[in-house]
Design a protein around this ligand. Structure first.
Ligand SMILES: NC(=O)c1ccc[n+]([C@@H]2O[C@H](COP(=O)([O-])OP(=O)(O)OC[C@H]3O[C@@H](n4cnc5c(N)ncnc54)[C@H](OP(=O)(O)O)[C@@H]3O)[C@@H](O)[C@H]2O)c1
Length: 265
């Protein structure tokens, strides 16, 4: 199904994006690797090439619309088309609203919201031409506002809402829009999180939180692309949380209140 499909995965030099890229490349897709660090892009492209995959790297910041337009030009001049866009690049953000600096609020919004919308805007006409797909990667943190991770939840809920609007906006264009809500997933050692001052620090391993493997998350993303289901979860916990919030929002908010110390420590 993905043989020779041109697939751009933003933020694909590590973690969920990279594992998904690898699994899609194994199925014959032409993968476009992206992240801000040109070193990481070059290293990932070299790794994929060594495996015999067809891959092309474009380094740059997807929260910059001019870069997204430039990225589009490069993809179209290389391959003449694009079939799938996975808006995966994002940054984890910690801290309460009261403690956060305005810099954190702005950077989190730019990276996670603008950084998902701009690639979709830049590539929409090309995806219309191929009747392609756009998959947004949100999070179970986008179901209910987590205490101590307000901006992360806020931006991931925003992405869910963007996907809901776009799903109906693009009906006449025949572009598939989906949103995936991964559960806590195992992290690369290099995963970073934004602090209340807008700085990045390495995320220490989460203790006491059950995580989903990178492989399972990648498989779920690929299954969602195949089945064209609008909403997809990578765990039963995610599905349960979503349904529970739909029917008993006050109860879930109450559960968050009880658990707040665990989240805010
Ligand atoms: N890990 C989890 O537990 C979990 C759970 C639910 C949802 N998610 C979501 O899944 C996605 C991937 O998460 P992950 O844990 O795999 O992330 P990660 O390990 O932190 O990797 C993020 C990737 O995005 C790139 N990136 C960050 N900002 C960028 C920007 N402005 N422009 C281009 N690339 C950028 C990073 O590389 P550079 O630094 O080189 O730019 C990196 O390649 C995110 O949307 C995240 O919110 C993750």
């Amino acid at each position: 199904m993905f043989k020779e499909k041109v697939i751009l995965i933003t933020g694909s030099t590590q973690g969920i994006g990279k594992r998904t890229a690898c699994r899609l490349a194994e199925q014959g897709a032409i993968i476009i690797i992206n992240s801000r660090s040109s070193d990481k892009v070059e290293k990932t492209v070299a790794e994929f090439t060594d495996h015999g995959f067809t891959v092309f790297g474009i380094s740059g910041d997807v929260s910059d619309y001019l870069f997204c337009q430039e990225m589009r030009k490069q993809i179209i001049s290389h391959y003449g088309r694009i079939d799938v866009l996975i808006c995966n690049a994002a940054i984890a953000v910690e801290g309460t609203i009261a403690d956060s600096s305005s810099r954190t609020i702005e950077l989190a919004t730019r990276t996670n919201v603008h950084g998902s919308i701009y690639p979709a805007m830049a590539l929409m006409d090309d995806l219309t031409a191929t009747k392609g797909s756009i998959l947004f990667i949100s999070s179970i943190a986008g179901i209910v506002g987590l205490p101590g991770f307000a901006m992360y939840s806020c931006t991931k809920k925003a992405i869910f809402s963007v996907a809901e609007s776009m799903k109906n906006e693009v009906v006449d264009r025949c572009v598939f829009i989906g949103v995936c809500l991964p559960d806590f997933t195992e992290n690369e050692d290099s995963k970073q999180i934004m602090t209340i001052n807008g700085e990045l620090k390495t995320l220490v391993k989460r203790n006491g939180i059950k995580t989903v493997t990178l492989d399972r998350t990648a498989k779920c993303i690929i299954r969602q692309l195949k089945s064209k289901r609008f909403l997809y979860f990578t765990s039963l916990r995610g599905r349960f949380m979503y349904e529970f919030y739909r029917f008993f929002p006050r109860l879930l908010l109450f559960a968050m209140k009880i658990k707040r110390k665990q989240f805010m420590k």
